[in-house]
Design a protein around this ligand. Structure first.
Ligand code: PLP
Length: 479
């Protein structure tokens, strides 16, 4: 592709994306396709000769778009939001345009130093402690996902708990991870990848009302495992669980961790970014005193395209100790001097994209004021929706309710619990099949509840009202 051709198609593509986002609301939210439908429209073999870029764009409209779930649709309320925004898209494009690898400081100094500044800025915006900053003992790094951050926390904790021995010789004996029954499945996955084994992940019980981890039960579980000769490695506290956005008591959990010398990882994938609002900093109570590592996802609720998880550690030595390897072909004077950060030692892969560009673009475009108003909009929409649910005799609101997530279920007064749950799932499926909105479900106390996550970049109050009207009328016709 010549520079002129790139310019032509580049403008064309920006126009395409602009039109897509401007009119995404006119699409069905979820795709109306069956497994294999998209594949059947694609050629079986790759092209032998060159094809015009226009043909790619034409297939995008004809084949790809109809097979998409439109996460940027204002009526997408499933899972948690995956925000995208203009500055983030442009920052990501810049990363592709520059095409640099930031594995070492030496392989692109600005890639490393900009990331360091951006994660330090971000720590300041969230009110996180000074020792998370890179000019302190710890430091921040952008990962692809919260799942990777959890795995890295496990590897660093294993390194620390064995004084480095595990990193050299591998695991011997039983090592235990502590999660709650509400913790995200990425911890169980991380335990398998790290060789700890799924059986050695202990799910501590939660308060039946708040669904927050019970620190007393955690304390007894650790004491029991130590008495049995096992090594407690890491506790994961969650700030904003995946099912209901429950918030674990980080301070009380941290005190238990400190007593037993166990690593505390705080998974704040969804909710952590809300701390850009000073009045929500209670979410992170105890993080400054007790967290060894902390992760949050601007790619969920903070206007930054996937992938962008910011992870901080209170002390970078166990992380770097667990991961640093120094092959001859990567030796260079800057690394040997010890005066630079090489982010390859802070992540699983060697190569890394210039992800800091998109977060930098977002922080500069919106500023703290704009980011706060985005969070406030999601909170206000959630509060309004929750008030309608609470006032409706046909529905039951799950409480306590946290941040931008609203969980509720239809009452189905004449049905026993199992049939009521089946009816709730049927209602959700028919609502989603309409293409007008998209919801997901979870289970609370063994019962099916619907989840509606607010905070989409394009979601306005009118979309939330329309969704609630659709849910209500779906319920009325099902009754
Ligand atoms: N942790 C929590 C609490 C989550 O809610 C999620 C996803 O929703 C994850 C981890 C996984 O996030 P990622 O896709 O960034 O790995």
């Amino acid at each position: 592709m010549t520079p002129d051709e790139f310019r032509t198609h580049g403008y064309q593509l920006i126009d395409w994306i602009t039109d897509y986002l401007e009119h995404v609301e006119t699409q069905r939210v979820s795709a109306d396709v069956q497994p294999g439908d998209v594949r059947a429209l694609l050629p079986e073999h790759p092209p032998r000769e060159t094809e015009p870029f226009d043909a790619v764009l034409a297939d995008l409209d004809r084949i790809v778009v109809p097979g998409l779930t439109h996460w940027q649709h204002p009526s997408f309320f499933a899972y948690y939001p995956a925000n995208a925004s203009g500055p983030a898209i442009l920052g990501d494009l810049l990363s592709s345009g520059l095409g640099v690898q930031g594995m070492l400081w030496a392989t692109s100094p600005a890639c490393t130093e900009l990331e360091t500044v951006v994660v330090d800025w971000f720590a300041e915006l969230l009110g996180l402690p000074a020792h998370f900053r890179t000019d302190g003992a710890g430091g921040g790094v952008i990962q692809d996902s919260a799942s990777s951050a959890s795995l890295l926390a496990i590897l660093a904790a294993l390194h620390r708990s064995s004084d480095g021995a595990i990193t050299e010789r591998g695991l011997t004996g039983r090592h235990i991870l502590y999660v709650s029954t509400e913790t995200h499945s990425s911890l169980a996955k991380g335990a398998r990848i790290a060789g700890i084994g799924a059986e050695n992940v202990r799910a501590v019980g939660v308060d039946p009302k708040t669904l927050a981890m019970d620190p007393a039960e955690l304390d007894s579980a650790i004491a029991e495992d130590v008495a049995a000769g096992a090594v407690p490695v890491l506790v994961c506290a969650t700030v904003g669980t995946t099912s209901t956005a429950a918030v674990d008591p980080v301070r009380a959990i941290g005190e238990v961790c400190r007593r037993h010398g166990v690593w505390l990882h705080v998974d704040a994938a969804y909710a952590g970014v809300a701390a850009v609002c000073p009045e929500l900093r209670w979410l992170n109570d105890g993080v400054a005193e007790y967290a060894d590592s902390y992760a949050t996802n601007p790619h969920k609720w903070l206007l930054t395209n996937f992938d962008c998880t910011v992870m901080w550690v209170a002390d970078r030595n166990p992380l770097v100790g667990a991961l640093a390897v120094h092959p001859e072909y990567l030796r260079n004077a800057a690394t040997s001097s010890g005066s630079v950060v090489d982010y390859r030692d802070w992540q699983v892969s060697l190569g890394r994209r210039f992800r800091a560009l998109k977060l930098w673009a977002v922080l500069r475009w919106y500023g703290a004021v704009g980011l706060r108003s985005h969070i406030h909009a999601g909170l206000a929409q959630a509060a309004e929706l929750a008030s309608w649910v609470a006032a409706d005799p046909d529905f039951e609101l799950h409480e306590p309710r946290t941040l931008g997530l609203v969980c509720f279920r239809p009452r189905w007064p004449s049905l026993p619990p199992a049939e009521a749950d089946a009816a709730t799932l049927r209602l959700m499926e028919s609502l989603n099949a309409s293409g007008d909105l998209y919801l997901t479900h979870t289970k609370v106390g063994g019962r099916v509840v619907l989840r509606m996550a607010l905070g989409g970049t394009r979601t306005e109050a009118r979309h939330v009202r329309a969704a609630w009207d659709t849910i209500r009328s779906g319920m009325t016709s099902a009754l």
